[in-house]
Design a binder for this molecule. Sequence first.
Ligand code: SF4
Length: 286
Amino acid sequence: MKPLYDSKEFPPVTEIIPIDYERIAKASKREKVDGTKSIPLYITRDCPFECSFCVTPNFTGKLYRTQKPDALKKQIETAKKVFFKAKGKSSKPWFMLCDENLGVSKKRLWESLELIKECNINFSVFFSINFLEDKETVRRLVEAGCIMVLVGFESIKQSTLEAYNKGHVNSADQFARLIDECRQAGLNVQGNFLINPSLDSYEDMDDLVTFVSKNNIFMPIFQIITPYPGTTMYWEYKNNGWITDENREKYNAMNLVIRSDKYDPVKFQHKVHDQLQQGLLMEKHC
Ligand code: SF4
């Protein structure tokens, strides 16, 4: 053992190896699933963007890398063989693509979609909304079996997106149009939203409820902003003295761990948990 291992001489990682489903099936107790439960898969790793709240750049790096296309089909067929059992109406397996942001390289995406199409599967995937501007990409996604994209909208306010360094990835004024275009093309859109007491008012939350309802966003997720350790946001908030709680058990996007000058912290949490959900339910019944 050396006291220090210097990674400078390691070759650059440009590809990722496929998942060995045969081996996983032998080693795990996971049973076969029908098409109502997903089988995880990934084609790419990482995302070159640097949204301040996101753990991806630190967790899996910023070096976008992909699997070799020729391994992809074999991998899916193996996963189907060892983890899928056709039952009733769910005759197609459902894969959850765990890629952090599948659309980063359009060339690799299109290549992968061509191969996935031949595998006769359904899948859902994380995808930046700006990549859905390209109608041909949306068409190819649907044709390949994509039933849902999980989009990190984060906010419907451009100023909030700018504060998270996500303004160059998301354009709030395009959201409604893009959601509608995806739906027309047969692609469902799930949305994730972050709520921040220093950037979002109660009125903004009400606007968000209306937006989600009006645009029929599928299974919206509302999270209280959390400066996860290692993120740019964590250091920014820590250096500014905005973090009020370092108890990691509370770092689950359901607790407020940062300063809230405008609102009582407990009432703010209550508003996010109860009123956002309830407001959505009420809007749905109107
Ligand atoms: S685009 Fe998505 S995956 Fe990439 S850094 Fe931003 S939040 Fe993270």
